[in-house]
Write a protein that binds this ligand. Structure first.
Ligand code: SAH
Ligand code: SF4
Ligand code: F3S
Length: 436
């Protein structure tokens, strides 16, 4: 029996798919190369923006033919979309050829759900609200050198535009000893890069019976022998402490990169977004980070067209982008999410205004990204080789400690290893280099 998992959304979801795969492998399933070969297809979904949901619905519609051709095929939908009651209702009624709807916290029940679905005439639904996944579930990791390790589940921040706290539940930290023993086991298996995951890693440990700060956890991960690189995702500007900046500076394994979503450059909009920091606070953080770690790369997320955003507010964002000079920015048009406060706010912005602002923002940022990359020409960078590049010309592809993609010629035997690469030709989205 074979399975195929399709995943949308953030790194958390991608990591959840590794758990789904682990459970299916334990049941004796093996991965299918194509959808056609699969006996079970699982869609692990995202609902952070309407676009994400639309893609999933498109896929479900397409898979109907697969079900018609092969009635024994089990089609399951999981992930954040399923945590919304209106989605469960819609799929159960309008797309009843879906066999299973399960919340990610119910993933340990998958064997039972598949068994039930083989007998049931209607979709089997199992969506629990609790905010944590069981410990010690099997994980089938997709990479042999880089591993993702969850440190907190859920989110307590309730940014007014965001659906994540509603679908992922309240913030819950894993015990430091569970995290460290997972990292130690990974190091023994030969993993060299650890990516710590949470919606807001900076608030890690505050909810524990014996509170532990994120920077303390980071030092403990840094002490694990065999690990060469540590990254973490995502940081919230309101909780980023001076101790964390010092820890990043002092811990040699912590990479010189931080993803620090700013979302907007206007204090009026930041306040309506419920982000709990100001533009000035954010810019000051950037200053402190760069003072402590001069070559640090900084990436961000930005939303344009939040309800009530005026041209002036948008120009504040544009100016912040010019002032900070991010290495990379993920830019989004605001998308209305049912049940969030921003969806009910007056002065929703027209799509063409959002598009126009997005284009202007991207133009400014692309030039900055290109400029930043140009500065790397001639430098030698440590690269962790991830695999073969996606372009037409087959090259090795990997990332610098500052999280920039580098493509270069070399043998497959280098995959999973650290190599030194001289940057010969920087481009906007990647760098070309030569192994030295
Ligand atoms: N916890 C992380 C990431 C959450 S989702 C954080 O706080 O940064 C990833 C990004 O999606 C967010 O940073 C935000 O920029 C974007 N996003 C979230 N909700 C959105 C919405 N309703 N419309 C547009 N973009 C959104
Ligand atoms: Fe969403 Fe804000 Fe939580 Fe990030 S911190 S997941 S943007 S509510
Ligand atoms: Fe999407 Fe859920 Fe992640 S909504 S962004 S997959 S937490």
């Amino acid at each position: 029996m074979k399975y195929k998992i399709l995943t949308w959304g953030c790194q958390m979801n991608i990591h959840d798919s590794e758990t789904i795969a682990g459970i299916l492998q334990n049941m004796g399933y093996s991965p299918a190369d194509t959808l056609k070969e699969a006996d079970v297809i699982i869609l692990n979904t995202c609902c952070v923006r309407e676009n994400a949901e639309r893609k999933v619905y498109g896929r479900i519609a397409q898979l109907k033919q697969f079900k018609l051709r092969n009635p024994n095929l089990i089609l399951a939908v999981s992930g954040c979309m399923v945590q919304q009651p209106h989605v469960v209702e819609y799929i159960s009624e309008k797309l009843p050829y879906v066999d299973i709807l399960f919340g990610i916290k119910n993933v340990h029940k998958l064997p039972e759900l598949i068994e039930n679905a083989r007998q049931a005439e209607f979709p089997v639904v199992e969506v629990m609200e609790s905010s944590e996944i069981k410990e010690n579930l099997p994980i089938e990791r997709m990479d042999n050198s880089r591993a993702w390790v969850t440190i907190t589940y859920g989110c307590n921040n309730f940014c007014s535009y965001c659906i994540v706290p509603y679908v992922r539940g309240r913030e819950k930290s894993r015990l430091p000893e569970d995290i460290i023993s997972e990292v130690e086991a990974l190091a023994k298996e030969g993993f060299i890069e650890i990516n710590l995951l949470g919606q807001n890693v900076n608030s890690y440990g505050k909810d524990l019976e014996k509170p532990v700060a994120f920077h303390e956890l980071l030092r403990r991960v840094n002490d694990v022998e065999g690990i060469k690189r540590i990254r973490f995702l995502t940081s919230h500007p309101k909780d980023l402490s001076d101790e964390l900046i010092l820890t990043m500076k002092e811990c040699e394994k912590v990479c010189e990169h931080i993803h620090l979503p700013v979302q907007a450059g206007s204090n009026r909009i930041l306040s309506k977004m419920n982000r709990k920091y100001t533009r000035e606070h954010y810019i000051n953080l950037i200053k402190k980070l760069r003072e402590a770690i001069p070559n640090i790369a900084i990436s961000t997320d930005i939303i344009v067209g939040f309800p009530g955003e005026t041209e002036e507010d948008f120009l504040d964002t544009l100016n912040l982008v010019k002032e900070v000079e991010f290495d990379l920015a993920y830019t989004f048009m605001y998308s209305k999410r049912k049940g969030t406060p921003a969806a009910e706010m007056p002065d929703q912005i027209d799509d063409d205004v959002k598009k126009d602002r997005l284009n202007r923002l991207m133009q400014v940022q692309d030039a900055i990204t290109a400029k930043k990359n140009m500065e790397l020409k001639g430098t030698v960078q440590e690269v962790l080789v991830e695999g073969i590049s996606r372009g037409k010309i087959k090259k090795l592809s990997g990332r610098t400690r500052t999280n920039k993609v580098v493509n270069f010629d070399g043998g497959r035997d280098l995959i999973g290893k650290l190599v030194n690469v001289e940057i010969t030709e920087p481009h906007t989205w990647s760098l070309l280099g030569r192994i030295i």
